[in-house]
Ligand binder design. Structure first.
Ligand code: FES
Length: 148
């Protein structure tokens, strides 16, 4: 059982503590586990619906299971024009999942993102926070090998 409680309690008495705690959970797990939201309601002494509402209000927070490595593909215009769709196909094929899905072993999630400010060499993907610029379909296998 993951130790959400020790994270939650660190922020319990701070102003804006719930949001800070959710940030900390997301840093740790890449998403906010549903069980952690129930525990947050108890720790912060608020109704469960409110704890859930805060987590889902901010689009930055992702509730529910995600992979250990979240691969984001920039879908803004410059990356799109440079061939992001082919990179998407290569990633989906390599991982055996579609965009928005997580591999059954819980390792990889595929998501779209907006421009990540690396437009000098498009298309761009990020894996957790690390950007990869100038990605082509034939580079995908090599990039993923670093994480397998
Ligand atoms: S448009 Fe893709 S990184 Fe800027």
């Amino acid at each position: 059982m993951a130790d959400y409680l020790s994270i939650l309690e660190k922020y319990k008495d701070l102003p804006g503590g719930l949001i800070e705690a959710y940030h900390a959970l997301q840093r740790e797990y890449n998403y906010i586990p549903e069980d952690a939201i129930s525990q947050a309601a108890e720790v912060f002494d608020i109704p469960k619906a409110k704890a859930y509402g805060v987590a889902t209000f901010y689009s930055y927070f992702k509730v529910g299971k995600r992979g250990r490595y979240v691969i984001r593909i920039c879908e803004s215009a410059p990356c799109h024009v440079a061939g992001a769709a082919e990179v998407v196909n290569a990633l989906e094929k390599e991982l055996g999942i579609k965009m928005g899905e997580t591999t059954p072993d819980g390792k990889f999630t595929l998501e779209f993102t907006e421009c990540v400010g690396q437009c000098q060499a498009t298309p761009v993907i990020t894996i957790n926070c690390k950007p990869y610029a100038g990605v082509t379909p034939d580079k995908v296998t090599g990039i993923l090998a670093e994480y397998k």
